[in-house]
Design a protein around this ligand. Structure first.
Ligand code: SF4
Length: 378
């Protein structure tokens, strides 16, 4: 029996590549969908047999834009998942969707296949910001998608937002937060823009045609999100994620606690019990569809311990001491006493008998804290 198993399915098709995106997603390749789904169904089915059909606690269909599959193609994926991995009774089953690209027929197909949580890539309520990002929707399509998702029976919705965009101000971000809250979702994610090498955004920043908000302005956006969302009944449970109580994304929480997961599709990763081996499927459609095998990376005990810290500190609850000890056979303090003490002394972290966690100030400079942990415990 595999405890807390999560499933991830990657659907890498997009209508158009967004200007900031370096995810493994492909525009203009819709003709590949049938072949891709054939391979996906076969991978899911074979893996289910290999692991003797374990129960899954969570499942997540991400992309790309999963709702660009036809309802029939999506049904095949959902059937393969449900037949190969029975879902626990209270399982959380999420699917990402882009506003303007999710039909009623798709929403009904998702519901019929057990999907009970929808995550909408809304990003911004400001038309100029959406256009700069290269997104294909307007905010009224976010409103429309939410209304139709509710009608289809989704009672658990996430809205993804972005901060730190070129030209974005505190005022436009506040408008976006207000617009998102007006939709009454159960969960809101606020991701800071990361300018990834090789994207049109990176080129724009390099050439000086795109100006990012100053660091203190971006920090003010983080504070504003915290203030506004907390005031509206959400609580921050991870550096970028806010939920109404009980509506945290269980799938992501399990990943941040290094629970095992199986990934299917191009570029999908898996981490299995024993938790020492990460498998990465090939990135390209060609390599994946042709059945090229996953790459396997073996994680040393030190790598695994650092991964627990790196992922655990993203969460407001921090790294749970008992969980760390049970997973690694050694206490967090025994491995990381020096960087832990330094972080506490600088007011960046705190510890009690249950957990070691970052303070609000520590969350702002999480990468710097992690660098201090990196060389310890080798
Ligand atoms: S929709 Fe998402 S995955 Fe597709 S290009 Fe845009 S950001 Fe990337």
């Amino acid at each position: 029996m595999i405890q807390n198993l999560g499933l991830y399915v990657h659907i890498p098709f997009c209508a158009k590549k967004c200007a900031y995106c370096d995810f493994p997603s492909y525009a203009g390749r819709m003709g590949w969908r049938d072949r891709y789904v054939d391979r996906l169904v076969s991978e899911i089915t074979q893996t289910g047999v290999l692991h003797a059909h374990p129960v899954a606690e969570t499942a997540y269909i991400g992309g790309g834009t999963p709702t660009l599959l036809t309802p029939n193609q999506m049904r095949r994926v959902l059937d393969a998942l449900n037949q190969s991995f029975p879902l626990a009774q209270d399982a959380e089953f999420s699917c990402e969707a882009n506003p303007g690209m999710v039909s009623d027929a798709m929403l009904d197909t998702l519901r019929a296949g057990g999907v009970n949580r929808l995550s909408l890539g809304a990003q911004s309520a400001n038309a100029a910001e959406l256009s700069l990002l290269g997104r294909q929707h307007a905010w009224r399509q976010v409103e429309d998608a939410v209304a139709r998702a509710r009608r289809a029976g989704f009672d658990n919705l996430n809205i993804d937002l972005m901060m730190g965009l070129p030209g974005q101000t505190l005022a436009t971000f506040e408008d976006t937060l207000d617009a998102a809250l007006a939709l009454e979702p159960e969960h809101i994610s606020c991701y800071g823009l990361i300018v990834e090498e090789g994207t049109p955004f990176a080129q724009g920043v390099l050439q000086g045609t795109l100006a990012l908000p100053a660091e203190d302005e971006e920090r003010a956006m983080v504070d504003l999100a915290l203030d506004r969302l907390t005031g509206a009944g959400f609580y921050r449970y991870e550096v970028s994620n806010y939920a109404r109580p009980g509506r945290e994304c269980k799938h992501n929480l399990n990943c941040w606690q290094r629970a095992p997961y199986l990934g299917f599709g191009a570029a999908a990763h898996s981490l299995m019990p024993g938790l020492a081996e990460r498998r990465a499927n090939p990135d390209t459609l060609e390599a994946y569809v042709s059945g090229q095998p996953a790459e396997i990376a073996t994680l040393s005990p030190a790598d695994q311990r650092f991964e627990s810290v790196m992922l655990g500190l993203r969460m407001v609850q921090g790294v749970l001491l008992a969980g760390f000890q049970a997973m690694h056979g050694v206490s967090l303090r025994d491995v990381y006493a020096a960087p832990m003490e330094r972080a506490v002394a600088q007011g960046l972290a705190e510890m009690d008998e249950r957990a070691f966690r970052l303070t609000l100030r520590g969350m702002d400079v999480m990468n710097a804290v992690l660098v201090d942990f990196l060389d310890e415990g080798q």
